[in-house]
Design a protein around this ligand. Structure first.
Ligand code: ZN
Ligand code: ZN
Length: 409
């Protein structure tokens, strides 16, 4: 196993952790997956917000030095609705660990510790020098760092490799952050990627010795809805990713590069294909939370991934009247229906897997569709059905065709 290398599975896992869903069996080349990860990491750092575009270069010296009275750690947590510390810690994947790792570096800096080693204690280590902290916005820090990767080899233990790196007999006692191999590989990937974003005019100060490369770290967190939607757009064959214009001629909802891919994808596709080509679809107007009249449901519905900073600038936006985000475009997706366990069945609660929207179908406003939904549900309190967004508040939903299996969310 190569140290610091993200395998295909690692790439898919990290992308999935960030809500970019690519089928496990995808034949997309590893380079294309890596490229997708890069665009995703840029978005997770809100690069285009900060710099105007994802391709722009950054010159840290153009920004004022961070005010030492301000809490760097706090600035490194990007605030998104419901996406504060506990949320980041909960997922437990390599990406969320990396978010915490970066906050950890800020903490060390605040405590005047400028050299840190991130290591799995076995095969790999990244030595970090925190050189400076600048303020890209009033409360947003940018850490300028130097980094060097050290690995063990067949002939040399990590300990010896580190001694050689520091050209000493005794490895200096450095502040240490433990990380797994995948976390280290992802972090190194981010450092290299951000290093490429540094403008050529920038020279780190104090100067780095030749063993180190320069990079910068920004606050990083989950993608917002807009980016989830943008980065999930796949073009080309749904099975292998190859460019194509051919569609499934029964339902026209998916594209294939040829007969082989179409055949391979059929097991997954057949149920939605039948629903689209022969099911009955209802146009329904879904509504935000109906208010106190519905008991036992939380009164506020917020979209987990919206940027808090963008939200507060939106004037007087009351959450329940905001148009729900559209992360699927016009793609078909599953939604879950739930009826209240007690009381009268006059409304159903509807949401998608990511809870990008949480809406209600009300009998009084959708009588025909509501009757079809009740019939489809039978004696169960919940069901999953195919849906397609067709307007700000409108969805097409097929009640009389079931997905091939009931997901669990
Ligand atoms: Zn294909
Ligand atoms: Zn089809």
């Amino acid at each position: 196993m190569d140290a610091f290398k993200l395998t295909r599975v690692d790439l898919l896992n990290v992308l999935n952790e960030l809500n970019i869903t690519i089928p496990r069996q995808t034949k997309l080349k590893t380079d294309r997956l890596r490229h997708r990860l890069e665009r995703t990491l840029d978005a997770a750092q809100r690069y285009s917000n900060i710099l105007g575009s994802d391709d722009a270069n950054i010159n840290p010296s153009a920004y004022p030095v961070w005010d030492a009275h301000q809490d760097v750690t706090k600035g490194l947590y990007r605030q998104i609705w419901g996406g504060l510390v506990p949320e980041i810690e909960r997922s437990g994947g390599a990406f969320s660990k990396m978010c915490n790792l970066i906050v950890g570096l800020g903490q060390f800096w605040a405590n005047n510790i400028h050299e840190v080693i991130v290591t799995d204690d076995r095969t790999s280590a990244i030595v970090i020098q925190i050189l400076a902290v600048h303020a890209i916005k009033a409360n947003r820090p940018l850490l300028v760092v130097g980094y060097a990767a050290v690995t063990s080899s067949k002939k040399m233990s990590l300990k010896r490799a580190l001694k050689l790196f520091f050209s000493t007999d005794k490895i200096p006692t450095l502040a240490t952050i433990r990380a797994t191999g995948v976390e280290l590989a992802l972090f190194l990937h981010l450092l290299a990627q951000n290093g490429k974003h540094l403008s050529e005019e920038f020279t780190p100060c104090p100067q780095l010795s030749s063993q180190y490369s320069a990079s910068a770290l920004l606050p990083i967190t989950w993608l917002n809805m807009r980016d989830i939607s943008r980065l999930n757009k796949t073009s080309g064959c749904v099975e292998c990713g190859n460019p194509t214009q051919r569609e499934c001629n029964r339902c026209q909802s998916v594209q294939y590069c040829g007969a082989v891919c179409q055949r391979n994808h059929w097991e997954d596709h057949q149920h939605i294909c039948r629903a689209i080509s022969s099911g009955v679809w209802y146009t329904v107007g879904l509504e935000p939370h109906p208010g106190a009249e519905v008991e036992g449901l939380d009164a506020t519905i917020i979209n987990r991934y919206d940027d808090l900073e963008e939200e507060v600038t939106r004037e007087g936006a009351q959450d329940r009247y905001r148009i729900p985000p559209n992360v699927y475009g016009d793609r078909y997706h599953l939604v879950k229906f739930q009826v209240p366990l007690v009381g009268s069945k006059t409304h159903m609660y509807i949401y998608d897997k990511r809870k990008s929207f949480q809406m209600f179908l009300r009998e009084e406003h959708n009588q025909v569709a509501f009757a079809a939904a009740i019939k489809a549900m039978g004696d169960w309190p919940k069901m999953y059905r195919w849906a397609q967004r067709v307007g700000d508040w409108e969805w097409l939903i097929c009640f009389d065709r079931e997905p091939q299996y009931s997901p669990r969310w």
